[in-house]
Design a binder for this molecule. Structure first.
Ligand code: ATP
Ligand code: LTN
Length: 326
């Protein structure tokens, strides 16, 4: 059985990119894997967020995990800050990572570089992520394409630690889905759909109304020319729509393109396919949010189980580095 870990930040509403890039593969493999899924609230602190909003979104993200199809009886679901070993192990790894390699992380370059007021936490973000993964001896990390560089860093840190201190950490691998690994913004198809960028028309939230989804797909930016062809580099708008259709219905985007001559017909089919895919998720979400006490119980149990695994890894790593046992 493969040990699996992944996480999502409670920094905004879950969107179609989170579902197709990450959540859907978590659900598909939950019978096969020994999986740990965390709501990474400490990572959400690296960008300004209101405390009440963070609390609310943490619960909403937990409801979102279950609504997307995760079964808390089959996987361990928990909140990152409830398991103290993450930050303890992160410190040990901060004493393994170099300034140079963190400076090369594209997320830091995009969100913070060159700004003196940028928070230290944004700089060390990838080390905490490495700790999330390594604390569970994870073999696999199911994520979207944008996380590839972070997983590479995690592997480098684990290898370096093992070289220096002995065979302590498991070196993980990213698993990135064949379709839906990089869902683009519907209004700006040259950048990824994202929680933290205000883009009400460009982002499809997982639990929004069917009318909103239809409207956003209808207004999606397409490219110059009026034929439907699959060319992600040259024609990112229409290609993103074809990717979404392929992700929702199966089939390959290039083959699906041959069924259409007009953007309008393609958009109508993409809208309908997404609404059909998301309707059951939205119904479950509404039901779950009506009783948050059940969610908090799931998270408490999850954190207890996760702590046992993560504490053991921390103890192993601390001992290997020479920290005196208490
Ligand atoms: P932010 O933009 O605030 O960083 P996000 O929307 O990228 O947030 P995260 O919590 O950082 O969401 O990511 C959770 C998971 O969703 C990750 O595995 C990530 O790779 C995946 N993911 C995020 N956006 C997309 C996207 N547009 N397409 C495919 N996968 C995505
Ligand atoms: N950095 C990730 C979120 C994240 C994560 C993790 C993903 C934090 N810890 C551990 C996988 C494994 C993001 O921004 N999408």
């Amino acid at each position: 059985m493969a040990r699996v870990l992944s996480g999502i930040q409670p920094s905004g509403d879950l969107h179609l990119g989170n579902y197709l890039g990450a959540l859907r593969q978590w659900v598909q493999n939950q019978d096969r894997d020994d999986a740990y899924y965390c709501i990474v609230d400490l990572h959400a602190l690296t960008q300004a967020i209101d405390p009440d909003e963070l609390r609310r979104r943490t619960l909403e993200t937990a409801a979102g995990f279950i609504a997307a199809g995760l079964d808390p009886e089959k996987v361990t679901m928990f909140v990152q800050s409830h398991v103290v070993a993450h930050t303890r192990l992160a410190w040990l790894l901060e004493c393994t990572a170099s300034m140079g390699e963190l400076n090369r992380m594209t997320q830091f370059k995009d969100k913070g570089r060159g700004n003196d007021a940028v928070k230290v936490g944004l700089f060390t973000y990838p080390v905490l992520m490495a700790a999330d993964i390594l604390a569970y001896d994870a073999d696999l990390v199911p994520v979207g394409e944008d996380q590839r560089q972070h997983i590479e860093l995690t592997r480098d840190l684990a290898n370096r630690f093992n070289f220096q201190y002995g065979d302590v950490l498991v070196v993980p691998e990213a698993t990135i889905p064949a379709v839906g690994a990089r869902v683009m913004d519907l209004q700006q198809p040259d950048r990824k759909m994202s929680k933290s960028i205000p883009s009400p028309l460009g982002r499809i939230d997982l639990f929004e109304s069917a009318e909103d989804t239809m409207k956003k797909v209808k207004k999606a930016v397409t490219d110059t020319g009026d034929d439907v062809t699959y060319d992600p580099d040259g024609r990112p708008g229409v290609s993103n729509l074809l990717d979404l259709l392929a992700a929702a219905t199966g089939g390959s985007p290039a083959t699906l393109a041959t069924n259409y001559t007009r953007f309008g017909d393609l958009k109508a089919d993409v809208g309908t396919a997404l609404v059909e895919m998301l309707a059951p998720l939205r119904a479950r979400y509404t039901e779950l949010m009506s009783d948050p006490s059940e969610l908090t119980a799931v998270l408490r149990k999850g954190a207890e189980k996760a702590s046992i695994v993560a504490d053991a890894t921390y103890d192993r790593a601390a001992a290997a580095m020479g920290l005196l046992a208490p």
